[in-house]
Design a protein around this ligand. Sequence first.
Ligand code: PMP
Length: 289
Amino acid sequence: MKIWLDGELVDESQAKISVFDHGLLYGDGVFEGLRFYHRRVFRLEQHIDRLIDSAKAILLNLPWTHEEICRATCETVKANGLDDGYIRLVVTRGRGELGLNPYLCPKPSMFIIASTITLYPEEKYREGMALATCATRRPAPAALMPQVKSLNYLNNVMAKVEAIQAGALEGVMLNEQGYVAECTGDNIFLIRKGVLYTPPVSDGSLDGITRQVILELAPQLGIQAVEKSITRYDIFTADEVFLTGSAAEVIPASSLDRRVIGDGRMGPWTGKFMEAFRELTRTTGAPID
Ligand code: PMP
């Protein structure tokens, strides 16, 4: 496997980061997870926009332009000869002194991995997934800005563990006020009486690219989309619930905390969104060459 590392495509065995890199020492850095389908990177520009915004929000000056990052991403996919897969793009604060001060790290590092990913088992895309409410909360914006896709994922990792221990594949994370923010690595949508609902980003979610795609598709599919605060009550009483993410794509949820959602099967609107989303992945994206 070839890895893009600081401007060069190197063999996996040569792709190394210093133990003094603050990305490793303090989780000081940002990342993106993208998908490519049929040798086209899905929503490439939007992902790189978000990466640049995440970096800006933590005062990480990127020495690469938007265009250079897009080109490096496509080059990495091409070098690995894959048609479909997942891209992990990571920018670290770089090598520095021990101690938090990021101003002592002269140069950020960027690496790009193009590989494959299977987040959830195939059958869950037909049957739906079990969800569990996590005890671990999304951090408040004043603690760790949830819109920054940073290398600090420990709260999501712990929340994921709680979901798995509760016998679920994904966990619902609440914010400090007890409203649903999102899942550990996915955004959440519900349908009730023919209206689509999702929490506003201000309730503590990442501004998911797949979430944005769903909000664009809603009017085309003839369903009203409303961004409003939701609680577990809204999930328990929903007709349909589905999750979205670059890795997960669109996946139905069948239960929360062992309570069946709707009739426990993939609902008609979820099916329509899955199909419309798949169509976009088949027909759009930035060509890698
Ligand atoms: N929320 C969190 C916490 C995430 O890490 C992700 C990405 N894995 C998402 C939501 C979904 O975002 P996107 O659609 O941009 O992949």
